[in-house]
Design a protein around this ligand. Structure first.
Ligand code: MLC
Ligand code: AMP
Length: 492
């Protein structure tokens, strides 16, 4: 199978979790036992959808690769999501079983019972002995990652084994992954940044991943200061949080941590625009010129500043090998000159297969064989710059892509809310912060804290509005549509 764990370096450490160090040989043995347990005598899972609710850990990797080896489609669930959000993933993907850990069982047991989906813990599937494993050709479906868009509910983006292998190998070459690399992994493992760019690239290269169940800046920086890592990949919000944290330290502590970052061979930023001030502050602190790249769940990584060469602040570089990029203007014409903006469209072996069980959405996202990203870009002096998105209904907060429509739909269920519009407003830490404008039923009152409290359990924490404006009525155009750009100044 193309993206199996590295098998050439069985004694290398694949994963560090707490005090445990797991070699590639040990991990491979666990994965084989998991695959055998999942198959339970069958020859092939035949693309059955197996979801798993497991934080970043050796268990997570065992289950992900076990599902792949057994011929299933792996669906990583967000450990911080709410029950209605999990329900959408399980039902829309036709999930046939869910795997979790003892710590998370209680949170999803009731839902699985209600949906009559068998739920098991990791250990229950790890059987002794081995099984004949199916032959996995590149066109077979491997994974579904749920991604928000311009529809109210997240869509399941399906990637094949071939897509995943292409997404990995292009980065192995572009960023010169090596088997002696060590990388910390603190990003969520239900999105491609964590799953592909960090975890899968490292495991392909025979490198070492130090898994953190949660971002802990102090503990992470202590390891950085000890020169534990050669590579670092994060969203811009994490660099902002690191800069803020470093500023709280005394000079001696600061120096040793900055030295740790300086000694790494590469620091990468992506998933959202990296402000030029953050690029400059990071360079001043650590001497590292952040390598900014651009990607998307549906396409993996597409554009990247060079590993060797000029890394230009505010730009995302050039197409990665084998990635074809077009800019298409409003008139539908391909842009042929620098300086003229257009929608970024992609053709590449890394581009996903389809949205699960949604041929209309799949068809709508392609134009003449090109995947339409909805992002607007421009080329200036040979480098791509991301100018924004064609939809105001997509918000990028701390690297998470959020649908304003999904949040609006939830808020409309609030008994006091008559009308609502959700927008993203510029925010130093989050890039964009979720902000809601509401009009209320007569006599009702609302504060941002009372709204947050009401949202708990209904929306993942990062989707909950951080800002609120209560107004008499929402501004609408002649067609009756809320004019969202007119709302942003309300939060200035
Ligand atoms: C957490 N909070 C957020 C948030 N993350 N609010 C808005 N946006 C976010 N992204 C809120 C919590 O709800 C909580 O609110 C408070 O912040 C503290 O929560 P926390 O969990 O302790 O925060 P922290 O651990 O600091 O998380 C921040 C973060 C996380 C940046 C580490 O958001 C994160 O891991 N982001 C990365 C997402 C990612 O991997 N995206 C890639 C998608 S793939 P309260 O009110 O309870 O205090 C992709 C393609 C590509 O984009 O190109 O890579
Ligand atoms: P997701 O759908 O969660 O995979 O997020 C993908 C989106 O993140 C892209 O469509 C872009 O809008 C945004 N994105 C990713 N990387 C960058 C970047 N370097 N600069 C600006 N936007 C980015």
């Amino acid at each position: 199978m193309p993206h199996a764990l590295n098998r050439e370096l069985p004694d290398n450490i694949a994963l560090i979790e707490g005090d445990a160090r797991v070699t590639y040989a040990e991990l491979d043995r666990r994965v084989l036992r998991m695959a055998a347990g999942l198959l339970a005598g069958e020859a092939d899972l035949q693309e059955a959808r197996v979801a798993f609710l497991i934080p970043a850990s050796v268990d997570y990797v065992t289950v992900l690769h076990g599902i792949w080896r057994a011929g299933g489609i792996a669906i990583p669930l967000n450990v911080a999501a709410t029950e209605p959000e999990w329900e959408h993933c399980l039902t829309s993907a036709g999930v046939t079983r869910v795997i979790t850990t003892s710590d998370h069982r209680d949170s999803i047991q009731g839902l699985c019972d209600r949906l009559a989906i068998p739920l098991g813990e990791v250990g229950e599937f790890e059987v002794d002995g081995s099984a004949r494993l199916p032959n996995l050709t590149p066109e077979r479906r491997a994974m579904i990652v749920f991604t928000s868009g311009t529809t109210s509910k997240p869509k399941g983006a399906v990637t094949t084994h071939g897509n995943i292998a292409a997404q990995i190998t292009t980065l192995i070459d572009a960023w010169a992954w090596q088997s002696d690399d060590v990388i910390p992994l603190f990003l969520p493992l239900h999105h491609v940044h964590g799953i592909i760019n960090v975890l899968s690239c490292a495991l392909w290269a025979g490198a070492t991943v130090h898994v953190w169940p949660k971002l802990n800046l102090e503990a992470l920086c202590a390891r950085v200061a000890a020169d534990a890592y050669s590579l670092f990949m994060a969203v811009p919000t994490i660099y902002v949080k690191l800069i803020d944290y470093l500023q709280t330290l005394d000079d001696q502590q600061l120096d040793v941590i900055c030295e740790g970052f300086a000694n790494m061979r590469l620091n990468v930023s992506g998933s959202a625009a990296c402000p030029t001030e953050v690029f400059e502050e990071w360079r001043q602190l650590t001497g590292q010129a952040l390598l900014e790249r651009y990607g998307m769940t549906e396409i993996g990584m597409a554009l990247s500043n060079p590993y060797r060469g000029e890394r230009r602040p505010g730009y995302v570089g050039q197409p990665l090998p084998d990635v074809l990029v077009q800019l298409v203007d409003d008139a539908g014409d391909v842009v042929t000159e620098e300086g003229i903006p257009g929608e970024i469209r992609i053709q590449s072996p890394t581009v996903f297969l389809e949205y699960w069980d949604n041929p209309q959405a799949t068809a709508a996202s392609f134009e003449a064989g090109w995947f339409c990203t909805g992002d607007i870009g421009v080329v200036e002096d040979g480098y791509f710059r991301i100018m924004g998105r064609s939809s105001v209904d997509i918000i990028k907060s701390g690297g998470y892509k959020l649908s304003a429509l999904e949040i609006e739909n939830k808020l409309l269920a609030h008994p006091d809310i008559v009308e609502v519009a959700v927008v993203g407003v510029a925010d130093r830490t989050w890039g964009e912060a979720v902000a809601a404008v509401v009009s209320l039923a007569a006599g009702a009152e609302m504060t941002v804290d009372s709204l947050k409290a009401w949202c708990e359990g209904k929306l993942s924490g990062y989707k909950i509005p951080k800002k609120l404006v209560v107004t008499e009525s929402l501004p609408r155009n002649a067609m009756g549509k809320v004019t969202k750009p007119a709302l942003k100044p309300l939060f200035e």
